[in-house]
Write a protein that binds this ligand. Structure first.
Ligand SMILES: Cc1cc2nc3c(=O)[nH]c(=O)nc-3n(C[C@H](O)[C@H](O)[C@H](O)COP(=O)(O)OP(=O)(O)OC[C@H]3O[C@@H](n4cnc5c(N)ncnc54)[C@H](O)[C@@H]3O)c2cc1C
Length: 392
């Protein structure tokens, strides 16, 4: 029997396993995909690195992946994207004031409905993955301000994968059943059967709330099931278009597509310095385009409108993500339903001394990010270390 099984080799699972292993415990990670990293992965099919999931080092001066990237010899680009728009200051102030007052209501009900509202709603779909009707003022207020947002030339997914070195990880290991009747836990799946003293489950909330989730015996408590329901995943997607070096301006550039509608993309020219143009879609538009396989067509059409026909003609091969239909993610990042901002704390509370949930959705101040997932995994490991230290 091993000491701890960790389900999922994303940032949370890697952090938990590293902490437990450093304490001398025998740890086994079970990962359904054929790779580590989860929602952080760098793709090279366009001939240059492209981060399909996490790309930004949010909270960059206080982000474990900034340190890891440097240890791995990667180039961290300390160039701020300049996302903040003074036009939206009153909207963000109104949402913040509601959160400070302890109101847990839809952001859409407290922000001004003025000429900049569509732009604000679009920003919500990218930042939170949800339309502002489905964004909680309290959840938004609790999110730490990310003052520094940097990129990694070789890709952040590469950094996350590198962090898993030295861990014992079974790939292509889909967990289907977790029996935690005790004294230990019994984990079944495509790997066979694994017995452990304890388990940390780091699956995305949308996966755990779906019909394809691993079965728990006994079932998860009602409090945790409710929390999973209250923390759905938004669906953000990226379309990368490849360019020749000479066809793009020299520096990185970030801009908004159509400012008159929330159904538009956010654009990055030369993301992480690569010869690419990237369109970022969020919320219902992203979900609909993905479901209809129209992400690329929409991106090319918008490229013409935003940057002109001349540049659009030079766009080469495209690469699209599909996070909504990815069976091991079923979305991009979690958003608390209005009225349910406390679901994150409920999800993070131990199910039993030998069964804990972890992952970005458990982070109250840095949800939806790699450092939030990392902190959650580390926290779960600390909790288990106390428990396992008390029992043989
Ligand atoms: C499009 C997009 C853009 C993003 N941008 C950023 C960004 O710029 N910066 C940032 O910090 N964050 C960003 N994020 C969020 C970040 O990627 C996540 O918060 C983080 O990767 C979540 O880590 P996690 O360990 O909680 O979950 P995951 O990384 O999802 O790990 C869970 C693991 O569980 C595995 N799994 C699922 N089901 C099973 C099963 N039955 N059995 C075994 N294993 C299973 C999955 O394959 C996965 O590897 C982005 C995400 C997306 C999708």
């Amino acid at each position: 029997m091993i000491d701890v099984a960790v389900i999922g080799a994303g940032a949370a699972g890697i952090a938990a396993a590293l902490r437990l292993q450093a304490a001398g415990l025998r740890v086994q990670i079970l990962e359904a995909r054929n790779r580590v990293g989860g929602r952080a992965v760098t793709d090279h099919s366009l001939g240059v690195p492209a981060d399909l999931g996490a790309a930004w080092l949010h909270f960059a001066t206080d982000n474990p992946f900034t340190t890891l990237a440097r240890h791995q010899g990667q180039q961290v680009l300390e160039q701020e994207p300049g996302w903040g728009s003074p036009l939206l200051a009153t909207h963000f102030a109104a949402a913040e004031a509601a959160g400070v007052a302890g109101l847990d209501v839809p952001v859409s009900t407290v922000v001004p409905d003025d000429e900049h509202r569509a732009r604000f709603d679009a920003v919500m779909t990218w930042a939170v993955g949800m339309p502002s009707e489905q964004v909680s003022t309290l959840d938004l207020h609790r999110y730490d301000e990310s003052d520094h947002n940097w990129l990694v030339t070789e890709g952040l997914g590469t950094v996350v994968a590198g962090a898993a070195q030295g861990l014992s990880i079974a790939l292509n290991a889909q967990v289907t059943h977790i029996d935690w009747r005790g004294p230990g836990v019994r984990i079944e799946g495509s790997h066979g059967v694994l017995q452990a003293r304890a388990v940390i489950v780091t699956l995305p909330t949308a996966v755990l709330a779906s019909a394809s989730a691993p079965r728990f015996t006994p079932a998860l408590p009602a409090s945790h099931q409710q929390a999973l329901h209250d923390l759905p995943l938004g669906v953000c997607n990226k379309v990368f278009l490849r360019f020749d070096e000479a066809d793009l301006p020299a520096g990185m550039l970030h801009s908004i597509g159509d400012t008159r509608t929330s159904r538009t993309a956010s654009w990055s020219v030369r993301p992480a310095g690569q010869p690419l143009v990237m369109a970022y879609f969020g919320g219902p538009l992203s979900q609909e385009l993905e479901a209809r396989d129209e992400l690329e067509a929409f991106a090319r059409e918008q490229l013409t409108q935003v940057f002109g026909a001349e540049l659009a003609r030079r766009a080469g091969a495209a690469l699209c993500t599909g996070w909504g239909r990815d069976p091991w993610a079923l979305g991009s990042y979690s958003a608390a339903r209005p009225g349910a901002a406390d679901a994150r704390a409920a999800l993070a509370s131990p199910v039993s001394p030998h069964l804990l949930l972890a992952g970005e959705a458990c982070s109250i101040n840095r949800y939806g990010t790699l450092p939030g997932a990392w902190d959650s995994g580390t926290q779960a490991a600390h909790t288990l270390l106390r428990t396992l230290g008390d029992t043989p």
